[in-house]
Design a protein around this ligand. Sequence first.
Ligand SMILES: Nc1ncnc2c1ncn2[C@@H]1O[C@H](COP(=O)(O)OP(=O)(O)O)[C@@H](O)[C@H]1O
Ligand SMILES: [Mg+2]
Length: 369
Amino acid sequence: MKHNLREVCSHFTIYGDFIIGVPFGTGHINDTYQVAFDQGGTVVHYTVQRINHNVFKNPPALMENVERVTAHLTSKNLGKGGGSRKTLRVIHTTDGKNCYQDPDGNFWRCYVFVENCRTYDILETEKQAFEAARAFGKFQGELVDIPGGRLNETIPDFHNTPKRLANLEESIKLDKFDRVKNVQKEIDFVMSRRDDCGILLDLHNQGLIPERITHNDTKLNNVLIDDFTGEGICVIDLDTVMPGLAHYDFGDMIRTGTSPALEDEPDLSKVTMRFNMFEALLRGYLAGGNGFLNEVELEYLPFAGKLITMEIGIRFLTDYLDGDIYFKTHRNNHNIDRCHTQFKLVESIEEQMDAMKMKVKETAKEYKA
Ligand SMILES: Nc1ncnc2c1ncn2[C@@H]1O[C@H](COP(=O)(O)OP(=O)(O)O)[C@@H](O)[C@H]1O
Ligand SMILES: [Mg+2]
């Protein structure tokens, strides 16, 4: 094994004898282990993770967010049947910190392991869409009144679409790899929608939609699903929790949850916004959120899907022009294939926008607080 987990664990306030540690889950970012301890004859598990500090540059700031968020969620859930499974619980180090830095510079953290649940990598059913969205809606809703001021903005401008557009324009101007000529159609696609890019931030600046706390990685495999009930019980992977707009999370759920195709599917006829999946996400999100969204936030939920999908498409297009340096590519024009699926999905959302808005209007009435 790459890491000495017994040694790592000795720096955390875990009672009992270390038994074993094994790699766990299918996450791609951090190194995740499940460790087992003997506590008075009972085996108790913990999740121990090495935070990927190449991706996350400031683990202590990140962990400060995680700790504030989980403490607040715990205060809302503990004591209400099964509450200890509904939020991650940070275990402190023996010197009272929320993570441990080893002599090689790695940052480690430890959570209570949530038993009898699992994650799914591929979203296939309406039930899964509903459960994932409900978990993320509940997560955002429960965090609206977190005390203690603004969270750390660990990745500044993460969903600043106008800035992403400006980056694209810069790359077009530089045209370092002489590729602009290959993607004029894609560039025109963006430019004809450039006014969309600032809409959410403008609404925020006008005071019409508030800053919220967002998860920023709302994939199905970041929700623990109960083995017995199939319910989404606990939101995990809190590395990107930050201040943001509610739409960033819901928009990304539409982007990743409604199309049956892979992000780099070359056959664009497979890419489409499936209305039934949109409705399942919407219902889940509203049910979990329990009425925290204001009227303007509600109105712009479908648009969020369009905007976030376009934003990611813009990033793929920009990376193609920059010579494929940010996203890992495995074939020629890989970033362009990815850009095409995003733009196809944008079109599919545009075609169904009126029906989506109507659905939000109808459905929101059912889930009023
Ligand atoms: N507290 C926990 N209890 C149970 N399983 C967990 C817990 N934390 C993480 N996992 C499992 O480990 C996997 C990877 O964790 P995650 O935090 O999502 O890492 P990554 O950022 O690498 O995706 C998850 O998909 C989940 O299966
Ligand atoms: Mg994950």
